[in-house]
Write a protein that binds this ligand. Structure first.
Ligand SMILES: NC(=O)c1ccc[n+]([C@@H]2O[C@H](COP(=O)([O-])OP(=O)(O)OC[C@H]3O[C@@H](n4cnc5c(N)ncnc54)[C@H](OP(=O)(O)O)[C@@H]3O)[C@@H](O)[C@H]2O)c1
Length: 273
């Protein structure tokens, strides 16, 4: 599996998403046996215990897995943050995560400086090897990088063919941040798309593989598809032995639409770029 490098982090390019998977021990063990080495969870998903169980059951050594979790927006004050990290580690049955995110920006007035110090402390205490932010707009990422005593490595945000993230991707490249793409399959919304279906037919690949290939071929992007179907899981890993032409890449870029965003919780989402 190819990796993305960002400030010392080596991130397996295709990750495995676990939101909405509930008690997912068996699913995660299957994903690891199929070859996934990057697992994305969050305190908020309620899947950390399942992820921890799945890692144990898989027999894959912890050190070979790039494990990611997130602190929810309710816990961004210093004490609550540290407590949330402890809970996550306990549920994940590990001493550290490879990457720790702030899941969404604060909406209760918690100063960003306080949260960034708490995030940096988790890194300095060895509880997170690398740190990053999710669902921050460019202005917030810039503030976070300025205020955080430790370097940030990754921005996680929504990205798929129906959403134009050109500005954010250009910013991440310039700032040296890797971009982790969530909802890479548009949470299933892409599956009826005629252009993607036509390209998939022409390539003899599945539509999901074409959508994921389009993401990874852009460079500096790690998509994290979620699946509970082993055949889909295996398919999504297998996107490194074909490529899309420039014309195919452009056709897929042209699918972006103004209403393409899926994760946009009112009152919590920042003003998107
Ligand atoms: N930071 C954040 O705020 C945030 C927000 C949203 C998501 N995320 C992360 O990103 C992950 C992925 O996003 P998501 O779960 O919203 O949606 P997604 O991965 O875009 O789509 C998941 C859907 O695609 C289907 N699927 C997956 N692989 C497939 C394949 N190869 N062929 C056909 N269908 C396939 C799955 O069905 P089957 O189970 O039937 O395969 C499922 O219905 C999440 O699980 C989570 O870890 C983060």
């Amino acid at each position: 599996m190819p990796t993305l490098s960002a400030r010392g982090a080596q991130i397996p390019v295709i990750g495995f998403g676990t939101s909405q998977l509930g008690n997912c021990g068996e699913i995660v063990a299957t994903a690891l046996k199929l070859g996934y080495r990057h697992i994305d969870t969050a305190w908020k998903y309620g899947t950390e215990q399942g992820v921890g169980d799945g890692i144990k059951a898989s027999g894959v050594p912890r050190k070979d897995i790039f494990l990611v979790t997130k602190v929810s927006h309710e816990y961004l004050k210093a004490d609550a943050f540290a407590h949330s990290v402890e809970e996550s580690l306990e549920r994940l049955q590990t001493d550290y995560v490879d990457l720790l995110f702030v899941h969404w920006p604060a909406i209760d007035g918690t100063p960003l400086a306080e949260t960034m110090k708490a995030l940096a402390k988790a890194k300095r205490d060895g509880k997170a090897r690398h740190i990053g932010v999710a669902n921050f707009n460019i202005a917030l990422v810039e503030d976070a990088m300025r205020l955080c005593p430790e370097p940030l490595s990754v921005l996680q945000a929504e990205y798929h063919p129906y959403l134009d993230q050109g500005k954010v991707l250009a910013y991440c490249r310039k700032a040296g941040l890797a971009f982790m793409a969530y909802c890479p399959l548009g949470r299933g919304r892409l599956f009826k798309d005629p252009v993607l279906a036509e390209i998939a037919r022409a390539k003899g690949r599945s539509l999901a593989q074409v959508a994921l290939r389009w993401l990874v071929q852009q460079g500096n992007i790690a998509p994290i598809p979620r699946s509970s179907n082993p055949q889909h899981m295996a398919e999504s890993l297998n996107v490194f032995d074909f490529s899309l032409t420039d014309a195919e890449m452009k056709r897929i870029h042209a699918l972006a639409r103004p209403d393409g965003r899926i994760a946009n919780p009112a009152g919590r989402a920042p003003k998107w770029d």
